[in-house]
Design a protein around this ligand. Sequence first.
Ligand code: DAH
Length: 351
Amino acid sequence: MSTVNLSVLKEQSLESINALNTPTDLEGLRVKLLGKNGEITGLLKTLGSLPPEERKSFGGEVNAVRSAVTEALAARKEKLDAIALEEKLKSETLDITLPASPLATGKIHPISYVMEELETIMERIGFTTVQGPEMETDFFNFTALNIPENHPARQDHDTFYLKNKDENGERMVLRTQTSNAQIHSMMAHGAPLRVMSVGRVYRCDSDMTHTPQFHQMEGLCVDKNITFAHMKGVLHRFLTEFFERDIKMRLRPAYFPFVEPGAEIDIEWTYTAADGTQKTRWLEILGCGMVHRNVLTNAGVDPEEYQGFAFGVGVDRLTMLKYGVNDLRTMFEGNIPFTHHFGMDAAKVRK
Ligand code: DAH
């Protein structure tokens, strides 16, 4: 094999490399030249049979050809890749004037939304939002609220008792009412005080109109010279703001152990009857009253100096009335179409 042949081989190889237009063809040529049975590999294999003096110079030349071919292959590959990328970019240009595909966003559950609404309204009236624990002791859920052991009102609550005891060994329950927040806030902050608390409560009860877990809001106002008239004024304002219209309401005497006197508030409610006509009736909406002196005393507030009013309202009921949900249970089924229908866009939530 002469050097002339080698330089022809080199020239021809480089020429064919630069004429190829696809990575596959390029790879084919690489195998043909440098593969196990390739032309250049073949030349290297002949070195062993040459006399030592020829072997050295011929070997050097073949290796130079091999390097040149290897480099050319790499350069051509790079070029082809760049062209391919260029073409890909050209064919995939984005039309940024097209409308974006819609994002699938969730909605805020009506109960969560209403709880935020309630906080906003009560804060506007001057009440501070507080939290009460859902795992509660007998004392905060019942005893301090003037419902001692063996009091018949305890039976009304169908309580979930917990196996846990608190650090003083006291029996614990899942709170049956948000009224526990009254005692916590009076003990923590004393009087005067205006607080609201909204959250989950639990009763061992389940049918068309009851779920074992539901929601309540509690309001408490304690100050000097607080009267029934303050309570009526605040509740009328609250209901009017919540239902976004002037609410006609009436107070009916009612018994709750933690208030004296106690009342229930009914609101005038217009609805469409089965025969399609508009009818009006009184609808019971919440419980309220003047805080019982025993409750003030139990929470460390002097009833000779301070009076107060308190009220409790079912959040689920309010939600159903305002947004027209007709089955309580549907609200707690984790039903996505329900949440989409009745839920709120996060951006619209007032807070
Ligand atoms: N805790 C009562 C219930 O669960 C509701 C209630 C009534 C709360 C009267 C009050 C109140 O603060 O004064 O049925």
